[in-house]
Design a protein around this ligand. Structure first.
Ligand code: MN
Length: 738
């Protein structure tokens, strides 16, 4: 038993190039295929072998070996992956069109459409030079992904081809070795990982790593050897303990142990800036059982033997990774304080983990049939759709790289197209990902058919529908939750333009109003050139800059008026003292120009006092807040009365605006069953949305209910209050400000 483990670790630790020495024959392949697929069309495989050995006759590899060895090995790898006959035949034939005089038509006439299409696609992939400049590179990624979308076997054969080439890399000149290895690390290994082909990924990475960084490879290799020597005894012991305990509970399991592979050790050391012996999960035990139920039972048993490390338990069975990986992971502390990771899964999950999408074929002929393979690969195909739509190669490359390595969330458009966004993205990010206009006009979102707030966090598999309104504009509040740089920059851009425009207009209003006070005409001063002198004197650029500064509340109009209107005029026509309030009344009656119009919604330069929460119809007044535009309060708001009169500004509700404002009402009622639903029904029957409700019972058998509702204006609110008062058992209804 113990020997098994050491042996397995032994193979893990062997130098990657050692694998190159193995040579398969046609008979090896035939017998391998027969084992997992007794009904396989062996004649087709034989025919492909004969065909390929004929057309490659006389050709040699760089190593000096007959070329035939290469397609044979590729076919062997494919049979080890338990691929279907078509893939194995394509493995034999994959280089015939490129390297011999054979045409795709010929392949088609001999082997039929399916194999010919595969060979054709593989040939096209082979012509791609990934290491050329970025523009070409992106183009190639695209082709590659598209090929994969049509038939995933193209990629699998291509990966097998690459694996054998990597195993025999040492025969190439050194500069070519590095280039191929780099390409393997950048493209092939991540793709294998994406497809869930863990075995393939690990071997490709290790082979490439040993080539690109031979000295680092060697050092880690030595440390791994040492670790193996030092830990083999206690790993045997753990293995014994686990097996014995599982037998006690009647669970049949395969237990094995492996050391983290060299390249992932290297990556971990680089990423976390740690030394070899600071990595905790170097050694992992894998327990493979028969059912999901046993997975959890096994987890419980392991936790009963050793103490689990907090925060290290991961349930990928109920939450599979995007590449469909399923397993339970836990780390425990054993004697001596060592940490050991356990991975627990079923045989089917194990096959998926090792072979990824390739495991799909395994079950086609076996007794286990995967339901709806289509769904499993849907994300993949839809991922391809995304690639088609990106036009900029640089952006494309970025997406691919990020996507292959970073955490992301996959969501669907109502048409079922896949979109990939960074984790934590909101419907607003999604809207901007669709189109800038969709983002700018986004008013709401429906996720899986339900309305959600715009700050909802998207989850894998969500279907998102964006609700738009042509007159809607982005809100600066969105900046608080958007994740994508596109959304952020588009919103910022909009906010900046809007802010500049609004503060410019506001500044002009305020300044004109100030000139009006002294019976002077602003326009007259502009024409006379008085402002140009003033700008020069105070070092300001121009009118736009000054007005914007006023609007932002950074510049006081009085100082400007003092500088421009001669003192005698100011004295002569000093406005008689009016109380702020009576002035407002007067202004509100005559439709004077110095009045700022506000709509119900917070816009860029206007916000509403939380203390009094004005709604359209309330008498209001504005106050210029430095750098933040105008805050609107109700006239009777105590906060307003304490503000600096100089910075007050008259505001008026924009009657044309149709936006809603939040309002709060308090309903005191007799505490009776059904009363609450009666109240909320009355509110709903007026088409009013309740955004929040709070109910509590108080003494005397009373209940106090507060509702936050969205209201269009004050008369709307009065009507609501009147309707609620009509309800039997309702004692009082009142509006709550603030
Ligand atoms: Mn090849």
């Amino acid at each position: 038993m113990g020997e098994e483990i050491v042996q397995e670790i032994g193979t893990r630790l062997s130098k990657p190039a050692a694998a190159a020495t193995s040579r398969a024959t046609l008979e090896d392949i035939i017998s391998a295929v027969q084992k997992y697929n007794p009904e396989a069309d062996l004649d087709c495989i034989r025919k492909a072998y004969v065909f390929c050995s004929n057309v490659h006759k006389g050709q040699k590899r760089v190593s000096g070996d007959p070329f035939l060895i290469h397609p044979l090995q590729v076919a062997m790898i494919l049979s080890e992956m338990r691929m279907d006959t078509v893939s194995i035949a394509a493995g034999f034939l994959h280089d015939t069109v490129e390297d011999t005089l054979v045409s795709v038509d010929e392949i088609r006439s001999v082997f039929g459409e399916e194999i010919a299409t595969l060979v054709d696609a593989i040939t096209k992939l082979s012509k791609i030079n990934f290491s050329s400049r970025e523009k070409r590179e992106a183009e190639n990624y695209r082709k590659m992904f598209l090929a994969m979308a049509k038939d995933i076997r193209v990629i699998i054969v291509k990966l097998a081809d690459r694996l054998h080439n990597m195993r025999t890399l040492q025969y190439l000149p050194e500069h070519k070795q590095i280039k191929v290895a780099q390409e393997t690390l950048n493209i092939y290994a991540p793709i294998a990982g994406r497809l869930g082909m863990q075995e393939m990924k690990i071997e490709l990475e290790n082979l490439a790593f040993a080539t690109t960084k031979p000295d680092v490879w060697e050092r880690i290799e030595r440390q791994v050897e040492q670790l193996k020597k030092h830990s083999s005894k206690f790993m045997d012991k753990i293995n014994d303990i686990v097996k014995r305990k599982l037998v006690e509970f009647g669970i049949k399991a395969d237990v094995s142990c492996r050391v983290k592979h060299q390249y992932s050790i290297y990556k971990k050391m680089e990423e976390q800036k740690v030394e070899f012996d600071q990595i905790h999960d170097l050694i992992a035990f894998r327990v493979i059982v028969d059912s999901v139920k046993e997975c959890y039972e096994c987890l419980g048993i392991i936790h009963s033997i050793w103490k689990p490390v907090h925060g290290r338990f991961k349930d990928f069975i109920s939450m599979p990774k995007t590449n469909n990986y399923q397993s339970l992971h836990t780390t425990v502390i054993i004697e001596g304080g060592h940490r050991i990771e356990f991975q627990i899964r079923t045989r089917a999950m194990h096959a998926m983990a090792e072979w990824g999408v390739a495991s799909h074929w395994k079950y086609k002929t076996g007794k286990e049939v995967e339901p709806k393979d289509e769904i499993k690969f849907r994300w993949l195909r839809q991922f391809m759709e995304l690639q088609k739509e990106l036009s900029d190669p640089a952006e494309y490359l970025d997406t691919v790289r990020i996507d292959l390595f970073a955490s992301e969330v996959y969501v669907f458009t109502p048409q079922g197209q896949l979109r990939e966004l960074p984790r934590g993205s909101s419907p607003v990010d999604f809207a901007y990902a669709i189109h800038t206009d969709v983002g700018n006009q986004c008013v709401g979102a429906r996720v899986n058919g339900k309305i959600v707030p715009l700050r909802y966090i998207l989850r894998n598999g969500d279907t998102i529908e964006i609700l738009t309104s042509p007159n809607h504009k982005p809100s600066k509040d969105w900046l608080k939750f958007v994740q994508t740089s596109k959304a952020r920059s588009k919103i910022r851009q909009y906010v900046r333009i809007e802010q500049r425009q609004r503060s410019h207009d506001l500044g002009q209003d305020l300044l004109e109003k100030e000139f009006d006070k002294y019976g002077e005409k602003f326009g007259h001063y502009v024409k006379s050139g008085a402002f140009d002198q003033y700008f020069h004197k105070v070092g300001m650029k121009d009118m736009d800059q000054m007005l914007a500064l006023i609007g932002y509340g950074r510049l006081n109009v009085t100082s400007i008026v003092e500088a421009l209107i001669p003192a005698e005029k100011r004295k002569k026509q000093l406005p008689h003292h009016e109380s702020a309030i009576s002035k407002i009344f007067k202004r509100a009656k005559e439709k004077s120009k110095g009045v700022v119009r506000v709509a119900g919604l917070d816009d860029i330069m206007v916000s509403f006092g939380k203390c009094c929460n004005p709604i359209p119809g309330d008498r209001i007044m504005g106050f210029i807040t430095r750098g933040r535009g105008i805050t609107v309060h109700t006239l009777d708001c105590p906060r307003m009365l304490t503000t600096d009169p100089v910075r007050r500004v008259e505001v008026q509700w924009d009657k044309m605006a149709t936006s809603m404002r939040p309002a709060r009402i308090r309903v005191v009622a007799v505490d009776k069953t059904g009363i609450l639903s009666e109240i909320s029904q009355a509110i709903a029957s007026m088409g009013i949305n309740i955004s929040q409700a709070n109910c509590r019972s108080v003494e005397d058998n009373k209940a106090i209910n507060t509702f936050d509702v969205l209201i269009s204006d004050i008369s709307h609110l009065f009507e609501l209050i009147k309707n609620l008062e009509k309800i039997r058992n309702v004692i009082s209804v009142e509006r709550v400000k603030g």
